[in-house]
Write a protein that binds this ligand. Sequence first.
Ligand code: ATP
Length: 350
Amino acid sequence: MAKPKPILPASKHPKDFVIATIGSHSALQILKGARDEGMRNLVICKKGTERPYKAYGVADEIITIPDYKDWNSALEEELIKRNAIVIPHGSFIAYMGHDRVRTMQAMYYGTKEILEWESNRDMERQWLERANILLPRVFAKPEDIDKPVIVKFHGAGGGFGYFVAKSPEQFYEVKNKKYPDENDFVIQEYIVGVPIYIHYFYSPLTKELEIMSMDKRYESNADSIGRIKAEDQLAANIHTSYTIVGNIPIVIRESLLPELFEMGDRVVKVSKQLCGKGLFGPFCLEAIVTRKLQIFVFEISARIVAGTNPFIEGSPYTALKYDVPMSTGRRIARDIKQAIEAGRLEEILG
Ligand code: ATP
């Protein structure tokens, strides 16, 4: 089904609009950001998940549905009636699925087409290669493994089941024993370094790229294995998994900032050649920095990431630029507000 064109309200008053999202991931920040920019907000919660949005008092309206699969045209009618602009986040995309996002009738902040470019590993790689981003090498077949690799299964939420191997024999040993029926995977060079997630924002209105903040993830049990000695790790037969439990703020050494800005510029520039309006709003480059200070990017997220959540009161970087606490959620609301006031709403909707 083709992507529908939302009917845009003519109003230039931000108060005539509502910022809406699903109650999970980074919703608290998105709702608070809307409030801080003087806009109304709305959160759609699966029954039983409303408590944080009530407890922190950040939601103007909570709509409860039995399950996210019950997101239907009646709900969309409600959103359209309220002039709601929907903000996608990681859980939103995961719960809704790409097809439903694409055919959504309500106003949507961002470029829908870019979701395919970020979620399809081949397309994602093509995009980043064209942007001249340093990427981990990919091995076409297990027989080619000649150095440590990380094996990633497709759709493995939170890196579950990923494993490390250093030879074809080791690959087959783990694969055949633990994942005999899984055949959708990628074999990627294992980059030894520290992970860092860089949170960008690109406004189509100001045409400016901003670095909002950075984080590293707190992952179980990758971040817990090192707490016991190596022989106990072996004895306990613990396997590394990367389930995200939380996020930890980071600042990067300042001399790397120019390169990070240039990487973001190139990614945005190429995205405009790939699809329609290209990438705009929040996005994240997920990188590993080596001891030689090479920055390898292993993934891009073309929307707000939960790693921005420690920065509801702003980050060291946004503190430099803004005279108010500027979270990514608030920056989204500001983009929307400015677009409405300038009669440029169409430019920020996908
Ligand atoms: P998604 O964000 O699509 O859900 P994921 O979180 O499941 O992906 P990744 O983000 O790709 O999985 O990676 C999970 C973990 O594996 C991260 O901690 C990351 O640092 C590590 N990792 C990923 N790729 C590499 C690599 N090439 N070399 C070393 N470590 C890697």
